[in-house]
Design a protein around this ligand. Structure first.
Ligand code: GUN
Length: 288
């Protein structure tokens, strides 16, 4: 039986700490941090994510402005809006919810956000800084995963870690962060030849592929630490589920994260942390 890491509990604790910290800001700095979230279009998943971000901001005491635009909003209009927010001294963090409608070039949009306000840690200069071991804003989901491993007392150093998934948002940065903690890391993907033989060798398995029950019990050795980053709908029940066959794998794993209630809440929690970090760097004139 695995120990289940509750991202919900851990994030609640961390948000309580941040709430106290933010409460001291008006006196110290004259205001609270301000996060602007931009959503283009009506994708229900994205609407729910931005609502979660607004709720967490409200709880922690961060000022949140959510700007919703129809999916007819053009790339030029979005770039202009970002330019205005970059120049706005009252804005500390800017997040553009992904994915964007197809007529908008995501790479162009991400690169347009001021690096100092890039609370997602997606700007090419932030990504480069991570890979060069320089000061940077860490992307929220990978940062949340490392916090969960630390809170569960998992010693990352010297472990064989396998990451399934190679996205810019999760797979690649989490692999780099595990490497920086002295794990030996293998990056695999949905087309990796004989994937089960790779994953059975893992002591820490991070799965970010986006397919229900992608990881089956035969792919996991006894005692593995399993981090499930998937957010899917179970095609039979319509319920939220991860990428691992939870019922089959939980008895074998030593530690596991549930979906929902695992990595998801930690991502939002780290977004709050990054917003505070951007705010403090500005207030204390300690830019990247
Ligand atoms: N879409 C899915 N995850 C994320 C995220 O972490 N940040 C943004 N901006 N969009 C996302």
């Amino acid at each position: 039986m695995a120990r289940v890491i509750s991202g919900k509990e851990l994030s609640a604790r961390l948000k309580d700490e941040m709430k106290m910290q933010v409460a001291s800001f008006p006196e110290k700095y004259g205001r609270v941090p301000h996060l602007v979230v931009i959503l283009v279009g009506e994708d229900p998943g994205s609407v729910s994510y931005v609502t979660g971000k607004a709720k967490a901001s409200e709880y922690v005491g961060i000022r949140n402005t959510t700007i919703r635009k129809p999916d007819t909003f053009t790339e030029a209009e979005l770039l202009e809006l970002i330019g205005e927010l970059n120049a706005d001294e009252s804005v500390d963090g800017i997040l553009v919810q992904l994915p964007l409608p197809k007529h908008i070039d995501e790479d162009k949009v991400i690169a347009a956000i001021s690096k100092e306000k890039d609370v997602d840690g997606f700007h090419p200069l932030n990504v480069a800084a991570l890979w060069q071991k320089q000061d940077c804003i860490l992307p929220c989901t990978p940062k949340g995963i490392i916090k969960m491993l630390d809170s569960a007392g998992v010693d990352i150093k010297g472990k064989r870690a396998v990451v399934i998934g190679r996205s810019n948002i999760v797979g690649l940065p989490v692999a780099k962060m595990l490497l920086d903690r002295n794990a030996t890391v293998t990056i695999a993907h949905s087309r990796t030849a004989d994937l089960p033989s790779v994953t059975r060798n893992a002591e820490i398995l991070v799965v970010a592929i986006g397919r229900p029950k992608f990881v089956t019990a035969d792919m996991v050795s006894d005692g593995t630490v399993v981090i499930d980053v998937g957010v899917n709908r179970n095609p039979e029940t319509g319920k939220l589920c991860g990428d691992v066959d939870y019922e089959a794998i939980e008895p074998k794993a030593s530690v596991i994260t549930p979906v929902p209630g695992g990595v998801g809440p930690m991502t939002i929690c780290c977004l709050m942390e990054n917003t505070i970090e951007c705010f403090l760097r500005k207030m204390e004139k300690n830019p990247f």
